[in-house]
Ligand binder design. Sequence first.
Ligand SMILES: Cc1ncc(C[n+]2csc(CCOP(=O)(O)OP(=O)(O)O)c2C)c(N)n1
Ligand code: SF4
Ligand SMILES: [Mg+2]
Length: 319
Amino acid sequence: MSNIAIPFAPLPRTGGDLTGVHPPIAIPTESERKGLTKKEVAADHPTWCPGCGDFSVLALYFKLIEKRKMWHEKITTVAGIGCSSRFPYFVQAHGAHYIHGRALPFASGISLSRPDLHVFVFGGDGDAFSIGGNHFNHTARKNIKMTYVVMDNWVYGLTKKQTSPTSPLGFKSKTDQWGAVDYPINPMKQAIAAGATCVARTTHTNPNHVLQMMEAAMDHEGFSFIECLSECVEFYEGAFDASNPRKGGVFNLVPTEHDVADEMAAYKLADQPFPGLFGIFYKNNKPTKNAKEAEINRAAMEKTKGLKDWEILKKNFDR
Ligand SMILES: Cc1ncc(C[n+]2csc(CCOP(=O)(O)OP(=O)(O)O)c2C)c(N)n1
Ligand code: SF4
Ligand SMILES: [Mg+2]
């Protein structure tokens, strides 16, 4: 198992012999290439507890890759640390299991330097809103193109049941034996306030909806955020039953008449008590940092057009 896997899709060979000379390889054009199957994109068997909600999110990511015909070299999956953050290990493509809370700065570098990719970041509520809280706010406000899926289980799973920023009041954990006393954050309100330009909510128990939200997020030109409820069956069993019709709960969609461009209306939707609503709460098309930086680079290159590197350097020294 390695942090960074760089596999290649098997390409059809057109011939060759055993002389040690590399046989010619027919590289299919984009339109000739088939989408990857789950088998081709699945890596190690996930090490999550049986029944963990994270399995569902991974299965739908595979489905997205298959459906949208993404190829190995175009898939980039980044995560911090936590159970949910083990995600990139299980995807046979480029990716990194990075530092606790620091997945977004790492992903920002990839996004800004590789405009041909769409970066997916997966992580937990602790990773996103505790240690990574600052990075979350700043990546959102910069509107860096990527999709951040927070697999919210209302607890620290990996470290075995500490209170997280989304744990509800009264939740008994190893850090709050008498019940949580700190008010939980509302991820949706936080994302909208921070400046995320596509903000959606879904739950692992509704696969079609998870896929729909991932597709919408991926197609968004900017920082897209998905809060995906993902049950920790080991340390917070039943947390989301009220949102699951199979457990007697209700799964209510964002009303069709909701104007996703209306920030205040989005806050109101986000303010509904649990189980709340599911779908896209907010969307706006502000220019991305990617586009702005690309323009700065283009203008700088225009000014130095035709010059050799040393001539540019000399100009700088002269100045
Ligand atoms: C700098 C640092 N601090 C603390 C830890 C310990 N740690 C690892 S995962 C984690 C929290 C995981 O919770 P969450 O992000 O909600 O992910 P989950 O396991 O619930 O999916 C903590 C505190 C760490 N790895 N690195
Ligand atoms: S501890 Fe919880 S979050 Fe971690 S793998 Fe097990 S069920 Fe999933
Ligand atoms: Mg968690």
